[in-house]
Design a protein around this ligand. Structure first.
Ligand code: NOJ
Length: 560
């Protein structure tokens, strides 16, 4: 090891005696507020139009003031950015546009000095086609040990021109690409559940397992407090490569949620547990069955995983209540807290989604031109922010949601970058619209995201000045002010994971947390009376004659 181990729990000593909130709390992750930082679009410190570590360091005070416990950085490693960095070519290097390793180390330390932990994003299912392993595999040719780290396979038929399976990519289209032999003849095929630039690794290979454990240690040694695990259910494939029939039993799908994948996370947990403090494993697990989902959270596996069930639900009291109940019930037997997630860098921004006639989210339904009422959507997103922040568990906040940014639906065609858009032949708008650089200040692009005169990598709408941090900081009624207050008040709920529904009218979600705290959300169409209380701690919308208007949440202090 070439760096001293940095322990997030004792960062006070390492960083020079600055007190850090909850620094010695091994259960910090159970109720943490985690800010998802999409580094390309957060802040550009060097004026090249791309966000970077320098930009994050300039704005650590903003994150501290917001009150978050941890930052989850979407991949910041060396990458050709064929899929926004989820195509990693070298885990031990930072992408040059984002900075250098030494800067990342400084950032991790500076954030810890402010009591903010760092979570990085690892992408174990695949690497970039520019990764040295894949390049070596291509050069070494069929039958070589280098190819065994991936899924190379001869094609079907006399000329080998049929692909080995007809599995459908998570980004639509095919999952196999044919290689060309060094002599120019058509060669084997290789598997990629995403783009051809993201070849899938073979998790039956010991090198693959060893390498990822080394990568975890590399970053834990640098003080990282956890990892977000990309596409966590996809790693293990059935080596017989059968077709998908749709009739598979649980654990028998050829490439998703196979039972053997849990061994991987048991070994990762063992690595995390070697370190002082709690280094957390957070899974990106898209799994409709709540029990198959929480299997990943058994005590010797991951700590938490994203609750996408809640995120996908429409703005409906019945739907949200059902999701809360099923998620809390599924988590209870494994002892893991639930997470609450309203969005991320892959999905439509909440203020846009909640303003639509169908406010549910599913990748399959993403289309251009779906009408939305942004005023309604914003009002509901504010109510949803308080609803989720009041629930027991950890809270994820995707950068820009604290400003109430809408999805940018009219990006010029030439600006779009997302392979999901291109692989759908332009039918799916893709994910660029939720990745547009943040507005910090000023009346015109780049709104303080980058030095004046630079062009952000994705263009910002001309009217985004009104969402800027400067404007919203000065407005007590802004989304930013709401989030700041909510996160501060939420602190009082830490350490108590109790939750109980209270009786309420139809269309209302009302529950008690801890001693003397009640959250009430009105998803109905008429104002409602508040339950008995001592004071209103916070509300997402002004109360009218003491009543809670539709599409609003209020937090109440009640007699304990
Ligand atoms: C999930 C990530 O969130 C997404 O952005 C990425 O494209 C896929 N995994 C593939 O790595």
């Amino acid at each position: 090891m070439d760096v001293p181990v940095l322990d997030p729990a004792t960062a006070t000593t390492v960083a020079g005696g600055i007190p850090t909130p909850r620094s010695d709390d091994p259960t910090w992750w159970r109720s943490a507020v985690i800010y998802q930082l999409y580094i390309r679009s957060f802040a550009d410190g060097n004026g090249d139009g791309t966000g970077d570590i320098a930009g994050v360091r300039q704005h650590l005070g903003y994150l501290k003031e917001l009150g978050v416990d941890a930052l989850w950085f979407t991949p910041w490693f060396a990458s050709p950015l064929a899929d926004g960095g989820y195509d990693v070519s070298d885990y031990r290097r930072i992408h040059p546009a984002f900075g250098e390793l030494a800067e990342a180390e400084t950032l991790i330390r500076e954030a810890l000095e402010l009591g903010i932990r760092t979570i990085i994003d690892v992408v174990p299912n695949h690497v970039s086609s520019e990764h040295e392993w894949f390049r070596a595999a291509l050069t070494a040719g069929p039958g070589s040990p280098e190819r065994e780290r991936f899924w190379f396979h001869p094609g079907v038929g006399p000329n080998g021109d049929g692909m080995p399976t007809h599995w459908v990519s998570n980004f639509q289209g095919e999952t196999w690409t044919r290689t060309t032999n060094p002599d120019g003849t058509p060669g084997e095929w290789y598997l990629h559940l995403f783009t051809p630039e993201q070849p899938d690794l073979n998790w039956n290979h010991p090198d693959v397992r060893r390498e990822h454990e080394d990568v975890l240690r590399f970053w834990f040694d640098r003080g990282v407090a956890g990892v977000r695990i990309d596409s966590a259910a996809l790693l293990v494939k059935d080596p017989a490569l059968p077709e998908v029939t749709g009739l598979e039993g649980a654990g028998e799908h050829p490439n998703t949620d196979r039972d053997e994948v849990h061994d991987v996370y048991r070994s990762w947990r063992a690595v995390a547990d070697e370190y002082p403090g709690t280094r957390v494993l957070v899974g990106e697990v898209w799994m409709p069955d709540p029990v198959r989902f929480t299997n990943y959270l058994r005590p010797d596996e991951m700590h938490t995983a994203f609750n996408f069930d809640f995120m996908g639900r429409p703005w409906s009291a019945g739907e949200l209540r059902e999701s809360i109940d099923s998620m809390l019930a599924a988590h209870a037997p494994v002892g893991a807290p639930s997470t609450w997630v309203l969005s991320n860098h892959d999905v439509t921004r909440p203020v846009t989604r909640y303003g639509r006639a169908d406010s549910s989210f599913s990748f399959a339904d993403k289309r251009f031109g779906i009408p939305t009422d942004l005023e309604l959507g914003t009002r509901r997103a504010r109510a949803a922010a308080l609803l989720t922040a009041a629930l027991p568990g950890s809270l994820y906040l995707y950068q820009g949601d604290e400003l109430g940014l809408p999805e940018v639906e009219d990006l010029p065609a030439t600006a779009r970058q997302d392979p999901m858009h291109f692989r759908s032949n332009g039918v799916d708008p893709g994910r660029d619209g939720c990745r547009v650089p943040l507005p910090w200040a000023g009346d015109e692009p780049p709104f303080g995201f980058a030095p004046q005169g630079s062009s952000p990598w994705l263009p910002q709408p001309a009217d985004w000045g009104r969402y800027s941090v400067a404007v919203e900081s000065a407005d007590p009624g802004s989304m930013l002010s709401l989030y700041r207050s909510a996160i501060a008040i939420r602190r009082d709920l830490e350490g108590d994971e109790s939750f109980a529904w209270l009786e309420s009218a139809e269309g209302v979600l009302c529950f008690a947390r801890g001693a003397g705290f009640v959250s009430v959300t009105n998803l109905g169409t008429v104002p409602i009376d508040l339950p008995e209380h001592e004071t209103v701690l916070l509300s997402s919308h002004e109360l009218v004659d003491g009543r809670l208007a539709p599409d609003s949440t209020a937090w109440l202090k009640t007699r304990a």
